[in-house]
Design a protein around this ligand. Structure first.
Ligand code: IMP
Length: 187
């Protein structure tokens, strides 16, 4: 069983490939530059991206949209996670939380699947945790050095990709997708 994954982010793709492999699905990366819808809803963004990619490739495809939502910042950076990471980065998030006792946060991942001419379907995964006091760890990407998942003391970047992928937002969204896809493909 095979699926195309549209993303320019190679670190994200490697995680997706390894997770999907665990579910018996082989992933192949395609570089499609799709316009990101401006919306507060990651489901809407993923659905729109999946439809755009399926139409432009003429093949079934998945896209993944993710974001970090910090409680004390009312969910910021949320849908603006990519832009915020590129501008103020991890140090900027840590500065915004200086002196803040509530450091709780969550990552959300939405996988959008679409076939050409079809309606997109989305699958959402979430992992709760907290923002570290300082960046720690070398593995992973993006906000990994400042995110400590619930029940752990280490950041995603310290835990490493393999451990991260046992509990991540992306693993949870992809698990839902894989269960659905196997049933869907069998019909
Ligand atoms: P996008 O889904 O590619 O738009 O990513 C949104 C932003 O969130 C990017 O800046 C990513 O680096 C960040 N991000 C998404 N998923 C993760 C993750 O698993 N770990 C750390 N940062 C992430």
């Amino acid at each position: 069983m095979k699926i195309l994954v549209a993303t320019g982010n190679r670190a994200k793709f490697r995680e997706m490939r390894d997770i999907l492999r665990e579910h018996g699905i082989e992933a192949e990366r395609v570089d499609v530059d799709y316009p990101e819808l401006q919306s507060d809803s990651p489901e809407e963004i993923a659905a729109h991206g999946a439809r755009y990619c399926a139409e432009s490739l003429g093949k079934p495809v998945i896209v993944e949209d993710s974001g970090l939502f910090v409680d004390a910042l009312n969910g910021f950076p949320g849908p603006y996670s990519a832009y915020v990471y590129e501008t103020i980065g991890n140090e900027g998030i840590l500065r915004l939380l200086e002196g803040e006792e509530d450091r709780s946060a969550r990552f959300i991942s939405v996988v959008g699947y679409c076939e050409p001419g079809g309606k997109p379907v989305t699958f959402t995964g979430e992992v709760r945790g907290r923002i570290a006091e300082e960046p720690r760890g070398e593995e992973g990407f993006g906000y990994d050095p400042i995110f400590i998942p619930e029940g752990r003391e280490k950041t995603f970047a310290e835990l490493g990709v393999e451990e991260k992928c046992k509990m991540s937002h992306r693993a949870r969204a992809l698990e839902k997708f894989a269960r659905w896809f196997k049933r869907h493909a069998g019909r």
